[in-house]
Design a protein around this ligand. Sequence first.
Ligand code: SF4
Length: 328
Amino acid sequence: MLQIRPYIWETMTTNDRNLKNRHVFGPVPSRRLGISLGIDVVPFKTCSLNCLYCECGPTNHLSIERRSFFPRQKLLDELSSQLPEIPHLDYITFSGSGEPTLNADIGWLITQIKKISPVPIAVLTNGTLLFQGEVRLDLRQADVILPSLDAASPNAFARINQPHPGLQLGRIIDGLMALRHDFPGPIWLEVFIVKGSNDREKELSALHAAIQRIKPDKVQLNTLDRPPAYAGIQSADFSDLEKIRALWSDLPVEIIKRTGRREEILEFSRNLENSLLNTVRRRPLTLADLVALTGKDENELRQYLDVLEKEKKIKPQIIDGNIFFTCN
Ligand code: SF4
């Protein structure tokens, strides 16, 4: 997984947080979740995995022990004090720099948030603890769960995710299947592709078989955008992800990786790019506005916007409860 992956695009660090708050951050425009307010319920880099690609750095507290890390009422108070100041939110999202289900109060927090806010709740989790019935029970009131699974063979799992020694891949996959059985809401499974590691044919085929058993509502392919925890980790190209999508054509796959380079855009059009830039220069527009104006597909436009944003020519901004693109 994970970290909340805001638009910009999908990684948030402690620097992005409102300094008044220790645990609540945002709201941020998120590609997967719209306008999202994050709540981080574990200490920095407390996780059951130590993923090579983690954008928050190496895990400094590798654990599978669920605990009450903070006074739960304080977490709730911090969130509830923020909510009246935010006119529109698409999700309140449990995420951050570690694994949120390690917090033994997550079920209580979800229940209490439901009492004070109608905003849907999303949980980003690495999925490693879902084999425990009590963890699935804790998440039952969430509106969407976004687990991750990067490998379906023990070797690849050990290599990419460097798990806590008490974890077993088979149980994790069983846990994801049990979640599908128990949880009535949508499950969006993220698969993080590391070039030269889990993109080999054998591994992709094992992942495909596991995902067929898990039956998520969406499979979201992602890869590295930012400096990883460990040197030497390579990002997959957009075309690599397109190939995986074609290979897994029987699964509901979408690509959530940001496009960094024009060469990654199939049939790149300089005219379209200039037209997008000129349009946004005149007034802020949403992605839906741009789709209506250009008649182009949303995913195609996102790639152009990614490149322009990376070059700091445009930026996503929350205005009146919508995500607009404006010029820098
Ligand atoms: S180590 Fe892995 S699971 Fe843990 S926060 Fe980082 S990316 Fe997510």
